[in-house]
Design a protein around this ligand. Structure first.
Ligand SMILES: Nc1ncnc2c1ncn2[C@@H]1O[C@H](COP(=O)(O)OP(=O)(O)OP(=O)(O)O)[C@@H](O)[C@H]1O
Ligand SMILES: [Mg+2]
Length: 437
């Protein structure tokens, strides 16, 4: 069945059954069944088993329905539950953070930070294509030779990337990123992703409206950390978040979430992060939080930070705290406004107050590897002062990363700014004698 037919069919049936109730019963079904048993059954047996279980659940808890309505509802719920075939049990496992399908026979997962191949596969390439069609149809896209790369999302929010031949040489490749769990800062502390004094200090920096850049490689936990950090923002403030695909889950009440839009099939209608940053500045924000800067919006963001929209937070992909400065420079120079290099440098120097660098240990654990503050002033060359650094111990036979967080004195100027904002400095940090600014 073509995607269009499928969508139309779905729409017709929704009128009978209601989409939200399908989602509810699908959830109940996944709670009730034993996923390991299910993984051992073939497709036909699986469907029969699920239909039986849904039947029981509906009899027990469901509304009174005509026979016809009931069978439509059962079919819809089972379709939904089987929708992603072999992927469903993986998606139902909360410890799986990433699912990677490299052609029908090779499925890898990341669980607790470690990558492993699992003993599951799609019956055929056609079945894998069917699953892919189902996923991308939800964002009204299609995958074929003429558009062989698509970003999509599952209804539950998971980010999905699909790339198919001829671009991928070994069949269709599907990568699903589990919707990141919203960790609070105290949870990250108990996971040893950072230590308590550093968490307290970062809280003070956020409340004192310093601009903070979170950096690290792919999947090091930047978005997760940004989310936790934003927990320090007062509930009185108006926060605008801007992302490519909304992942942040801020707990405050007064939050406006903006999401960019990719171009349609004709290549038109794109709304970029940059458009949204510019628009956000006209919306009287107290804080602008950008999920990730990776293009010319960097310049707008730096200008905003320098012109009264302080207290902003962004993430940028880089391989060290220092590298993130160069990366911001490069990204800001991608703007069509040609600004001399020194001026961009000066903007960064003035805009960025602190950098949090995240890294992954050899055992897959994600943590704060460094916190640095910018201690140079206007028209000076950029000077960074490390204030917390994770020092790992030599790795033992169990391959578990251990180590300790080491603290360095805070620049006096930073301490003054914190005090003026009514924030205390955690006792663990001493104050540097060095005079800055
Ligand atoms: N400190 C942590 N402890 C355990 N799991 C974590 C931690 N930080 C992040 N994670 C998990 O790691 C995964 C990746 O996190 P996240 O999406 O925040 O990374 P990212 O750096 O923003 O990735 P990307 O580069 O793709 O934007 C998520 O599943 C998240 O729940
Ligand atoms: Mg991210």
């Amino acid at each position: 069945m073509g995607i269009k037919n499928r969508l139309e069919n779905g729409a017709q049936e929704e009128q009978h059954t209601g989409n939200t109730s399908v989602a509810h019963w699908r959830k109940r079904l996944l709670e009730e069944i034993n996923l390991d048993d299910l993984a051992r059954l073939d497709m036909a047996q699986r469907r029969a088993r699920l239909e039986k279980v849904v039947g029981h659940i509906l009899t027990r808890e469901g509304p009174v329905l005509s026979t016809r309505e009931r069978s439509i509802l059962i079919r819809r719920i089972v379709d939904e539950a089987l929708g992603l075939g072999v992927l469903e049990p993986l998606l139902a496992d909360p410890n799986v953070t990433e699912i990677m399908v490299n052609g029908p026979d090779h499925v890898y997962i990341e669980r607790s930070g470690r990558l492993s191949r699992i003993d599951l596969g799609f019956a055929s390439e056609a079945q894998l294509y069917q699953t892919i069609d189902r996923i991308v149809a939800q964002v009204n896209r299609r995958v074929d030779e003429s558009s062989p790369m698509v970003d999509a999302r599952l209804p539950t929010g998971e980010r999905v990337n699909v790339i198919v031949p001829p671009l991928s040489l070994d069949g269709p490749v599907l990568t699903i990123r589990r919707f990141p769990r919203a960790f609070r800062m105290d949870e990250l502390v108990s996971l040893n992703a950072l230590d308590e004094p550093t968490a307290l200090l970062l809280g003070a920096l956020v409340r004192a409206r310093m601009n903070i850049v979170i950096t690290g490689g792919t999947g090091t936990g930047k978005t997760t950390f940004l989310n936790a950090l934003s927990g320090f923002v007062s509930a009185q403030e108006r926060i605008i978040t801007i992302e490519d695909s909304a992942e942040l889950q801020l707990q405050q009440e007064h939050v406006i979430k903006l999401e960019s839009r990719p171009p349609n099939i004709e290549g038109e209608g794109a709304i970029t992060i940059r458009d949204l940053v510019r628009n956000a500045l006209r919306m009287r924000p107290d804080r602008v939080i950008v999920g990730e800067v990776r293009g010319p919006e960097t310049l707008d963001m730096l200008q905003a930070m320098n012109t009264g929209h302080d207290g902003s937070m962004v993430t940028v992909h880089a391989n060290s705290a220092e590298d993130s400065i160069y990366r911001l420079e490069t990204l800001a120079s991608m703007s069509e406004v040609k600004i001399p290099y020194e001026a961009i440098r000066d903007q960064i120097n003035n805009a960025v107050d602190a950098i949090v660098f995240l890294d992954r240990g050899a055992d897959g654990s994600r943590r704060v590897a460094e916190v640095a503050v910018i201690s140079s002033g206007r028209r000076e060359s950029i000077r960074m002062t490390t204030i917390t650094r994770f020092e790992p111990e030599p790795i033992g036979l169990d391959r578990v990363v251990r180590g300790r967080f080491v603290h360095q004195p805070l620049p006096r100027d930073l301490v003054t700014r914190l005090m003026l904002a009514g924030e205390a400095v955690p006792g663990t940090f001493s104050v540097s004698d060095e005079e800055v600014r």
